[in-house]
Design a protein around this ligand. Structure first.
Ligand code: DO4
Ligand code: MG
Length: 281
């Protein structure tokens, strides 16, 4: 009944790990100077899988990240959407146009441990926004040195009207209670051949019916992950297990806003499905 860290191997079987959480795994890797994959292979040697399939488990937040950071305007789709929502309040070459091609990426603090939720927990809507959308994003899981140790799924919920009114309102457009979900699993980086080949799919359901679906790929990312991490860690302190979201490549149509009772699903190939209901606070 207790939440526990577990590994899923290629055979789809689930193996319990002797760590309380992902940070303890990262600390042990650090102490023993081993990659997560090597350590896990060693500790699982001779261990039997549990007698349950992944569908029978109630998956929780895979990591209690002290901080979740996010990148912005890293896909053309995102740049176009920002320019649309800020019509009238930006010059003809917008800050979004500039940041899309600038050396320095847009990075912002998206969430903290207490504000971040896991699979099936409710995403909350802001009461002072009438234009809210999910942002399906690939998340990089970093160790304290900024190495990418894994990949997860994140939802960078956003208020397009608040940011559109004035980009200086970005923290309010991005961060509030339950405005970020992460999960359901962490795919170890060492097992991924090409991290620019993840397919991202997003679906939104209302009253049991699908009202939005779109797909994209991390191959469309304008930047390299290492570039984003390099700016995040520059003159900064990284907590082991920091999650860095890499920007959205899927934006619902401009007339769409999330409603109380909607369900958001974000699926990324070989990582899993992050599903959250949406609720008014
Ligand atoms: O400029 C605002 C944020 C953009 C963002 O969150 C994204 O591109 O995913
Ligand atoms: Mg985003």
């Amino acid at each position: 009944d207790r939440a526990q860290l577990a590994a899923v191997k290629e055979d789809s079987k689930i193996y319990p790990l002797p760590y309380q959480n992902f940070q303890e795994l990262l600390n042990t890797c650090d102490q023993q100077q081993k990659s997560c994959l090597t350590l896990i292979k060693e500790v699982l040697d001779g261990i039997d899988p549990i007698q349950k399939s992944i569908d029978e488990l109630d998956l929780k937040l895979p990591i209690n990240a002290q901080e979740v950071w996010a990148s912005g305007v890293t896909y053309l789709r995102s740049k176009d959407a920002r320019n649309y929502e800020s019509q009238g309040s930006v010059p003809s070459v917008s800050y979004y146009d500039k940041v899309y091609v600038a050396e320095r990426p847009e990075l912002f603090l998206k969430s903290t441990d207490k504000r971040t939720i896991g699979p099936n927990d409710p995403l909350y809507l802001r009461s002072d926004s009438t234009w809210q959308i999910p942002e399906p994003e690939l998340g990089l899981v970093l160790d304290g040195a900024g190495n990418i140790v894994g990949y997860t799924i994140g939802n960078d919920m956003s208020c397009r009207d608040i940011e559109g009114e004035n980009p200086l309102y970005l923290p309010q457009a991005k961060m509030w209670k339950h405005s970020c979900s992460i999960g359901p699993a962490i795919l170890l980086a060492d097992t991924v051949e090409d991290p620019y080949a993840f397919d991202i799919n997003c679906r939104i359901f209302r009253n049991g019916e699908k009202v939005f679906e779109d797909a994209a790929s991390t191959s469309q990312l304008k930047r390299r992950y290492e570039e984003l991490v390099e700016f995040l860690k520059r003159d900064n302190e990284l907590f082991p297990g920091t999650v860095l979201l890499t920007g959205t490549c899927i934006v619902p149509p401009n007339d769409f806003t999330l409603n109380d009772g909607d369900v958001v699903e974000i699926e990324i190939s070989s990582i899993g499905l992050l599903r959250n209901p949406v609720a008014a606070q």
